[in-house]
Design a protein around this ligand. Structure first.
Ligand code: GLA
Length: 395
């Protein structure tokens, strides 16, 4: 097996798209060409954090960095990824291993339940998404794999069906108690638009997002499985159970209004009160953010991002000092706004700045970060891109 770790790849290989990289990894690993290649994007969530599993709205954007899957039907399941150098032959029914492979196993199990999987497949995976940076590399993998594997079985699943397979793979098979935001944007993303996704009703509204978003990575990695996200979700479920004692019809926390918060404060155990406050205020901010973005009012959008970050810092307690500093410094240096994006406890900050000053602002924020933490944050920009797509297999 050739060793193709991300560190050792020569720069010419690094510049290849994930789809080309997955295709060439497939060819070198299996000495044949794939019959299908698919890619799906990572995402940055503009706002609407921890609302998706509480029935609220989210406003994610599909980014230009993607994960690609190259595949061919076979009589067994064999997986290889550009980030490790091992060819894994996998028993789909065996217990999960706590590795990236689990996500593929989850997808295969869910597709089998729909009779949309072949008996086996060879699969090569490559990505240019940072892993553990809160940009949803897992949904990029599950959504692209769901499309590639179902195509091998001759099935054309809709974006909604792909998102559902990917969600079930992560939630029911891998055991991450996520909501549906990441899989939905990876499947439905549109070039040039953010997507307002009302999770209670399933409605999707594209909202034009011209210009660039900046991503500043904190360099602190988070692992979702079994982590703080699962704990917060449990707290939200407990809070909902308490709220139902006085509001029996309540189906999710995002249905509460700001006017209900004093009653929440009187009735719930104190540690749960700020969690509910975050969900309720974030729900309002997210709908407002979609409105101001649609009106092209980036200054107001920026202020909402910063308020959202403060709510995560004080009420949801999911930020880290590295992200707090990036946001504070972004505001100080004239960005419209910034906030920690994704689950939190690590990951990346999304920053929105006036186009003519953005390069200077991110440079200044980077030096402030370096002064405090002794290293430069990895920083890059992205535009709103397309969701999952079939790729042509290059010669
Ligand atoms: C993770 C989950 C999402 C969402 C965010 C927090 O990314 O996968 O479903 O809950 O955290 O907004």
């Amino acid at each position: 097996m050739p060793h193709i770790s991300s560190q050792e790849k020569p720069s010419t290989v690094n510049r290849l798209s994930p789809a080309r990289l997955a295709t060439s990894l497939f060819a070198t690993s299996f000495a044949t060409r794939p019959s299908v290649a698919v890619s799906a994007p990572g995402r940055v969530n503009l706002i609407g954090e921890h609302t998706d599993y509480n029935g609220g709205p989210v406003l994610p954007v599909a980014i230009s960095r993607r994960t690609a899957v190259a595949a061919q039907a076979a009589d067994r399941w064999v997986f290889v990824s550009a980030t490790d150098d091992v060819v894994h032959e996998v028993d789909i029914e065996a217990p999960m291993r706590q590795e990236w492979i689990d996500y593929l196993v989850g997808v295969v199990r869910e597709l089998r339940a729909l009779r949309a999987a072949p008996p086996g497949a060879k699969i090569a995976v490559a990505t240019n998404l940072p892993i553990g940076a809160g940009l949803s590399s897992s949904a990029a993998l599950t959504v692209s794999a769901a499309k590639a594997v179902s195509l091998l079985a001759g099935k054309r699943l809709s974006p909604a069906a792909l998102a559902e397979v990917a969600f079930r793979a992560e939630y029911h098979q891998v055991g991450v108690r996520c909501g549906r935001m990441d899989q939905t944007i990876a499947a439905h993303g549109e070039r040039g638009s953010a997507l307002l996704f009302e999770t209670a009703t399933g409605t999707l509204h594209p909202v034009p997002l011209p210009g660039r978003l900046w991503i500043m990575e904190t360099g602190v990695s988070h692992r979702l499985t079994g982590g703080a996200l699962n704990d917060r979700r449990r707290e939200c479920e407990e809070a909902l159970a308490f709220c139902r004692e006085w509001r029996p019809g309540l189906s999710h926390l995002a249905q509460l209004r700001k006017e209900d918060l004093p009653e929440v404060g009187r009735r719930l155990p104190p540690p749960l009160v700020p969690r509910v406050r975050h969900v309720v205020t974030e729900t309002g901010r997210t709908r407002r953010a979609a409105e101001v973005l649609a009106a092209g009012d980036l200054a107001s959008l920026g202020r909402l991002l910063v308020e959202g970050h403060e709510s995560l810092r004080l009420d949801y307690e999911s930020t880290i000092p590295e992200a707090d500093l990036l946001v504070e410094s972004a505001v100080e240096h004239g960005a419209y706004g910034a906030r920690l994006t994704g689950a939190g406890w690590g990951g990346a900050v999304v920053l929105l700045a006036p186009a003519e000053r953005e390069a200077r602002i991110v440079a200044e924020v980077g030096s402030a970060f370096q002064q405090r933490f002794g290293r430069m944050p990895v920083t890059w920009s992205t535009r709103a891109s397309r969701g999952v797509r079939r790729e042509t297999i290059a010669e």
